[in-house]
Design a binder for this molecule. Sequence first.
Ligand code: TXA
Ligand code: MG
Length: 322
Amino acid sequence: MAKPRFPSASSSLSIQRAAERLKAGHLVAFPTETVYGLGADATNELAVKRIYEVKGRPLDHPLIVHISSINTLDTWATDVPNYALDLARMFWPGPMTLVLKRKEIAMDFITGGQDSVGIRVPSDPVALELLNRFEQLGGPGIAAPSANRFGQVSPTSAIDVQKEIGNYLSSQDSILEGGSSEIGIESTIIDCRNARPVFLRPGAITISMVESIVESVSESLVDSDVRVSGKLGKHYAPKARVIINQQPKPGQAFIALSSFPTPNGVHRILSPENSGDLAKNLYAGMRMADELGFNELVIVIPDGQGIEVALLDRVSKAAKGR
Ligand code: TXA
Ligand code: MG
């Protein structure tokens, strides 16, 4: 799928070099259709440890392993239920992570000591080419959390990655360019270790999309014992205090669909036409509110059962922070 890219995406040569750096144990931040990831060879413990250092993330938080296609899923996972294969065939490459029973290759330093592993095939062309080239060098998968410092807003452009973690990277690490992320919020995470799928994190692949493939879906996030960092109180949070679904007051920054007018004295940050555009630009908008020095950011989330569920999830977590 061709998409316009400004600035232009990384060249094949720079992607090849990045794959070589990964294989040599360095870090590579790369674009995906959801958000930018901070990648390391998922089988290299020292490299993966550096991800935690750069992010400032607690060591018991598991990482998603990115692979190039469903064909290599059985390198990482075992006892994959049929419904999970159906989901993978339908939504990969794409913004969906499946939590599955791990194989030995998924070591404790990837899974946070859990017996499960999160796997995703991203659809961004730079990500896929990186994964393919890394595989040709003998690398079975790239571990990559979002390329932000722990608890901060995920980056959706190479520049935001640079601003967020550039100071923590070494000269051997690199950042691949891929324009701004198509979707803009993190992947849907579905636990597929039981008779029916359990939604752990909402995203662009919605419950009703999953229900069109699998019969009964459980939404219960609460009683699940798995560790998902998105379940922590404060997360995805800008410095500004986030206020949800209120009329903005003078002096506040404001994000809402274009159908909402901007009251006098309120600083409009984004006016997207629809929920998809809101998702695509939300994190950049939060960053902008901080860069402009606003203390308060009002965000209006549209009603809806599509991407709106994920939008409300992320913004609610941002709002919990202060
Ligand atoms: O869209 C995305 O998923 C992005 C891009 C880069 O792929 N990645 C991402 O990674 O959001 P991260 O680490 O920021 O969030 C991944 C979430 C974490 O909350 C983690 O706890 C959860 O996935 N996770 C990973 N492996 C898991 C597992 N085995 N069981 C339960 N949760 C898992
Ligand atoms: Mg994250």
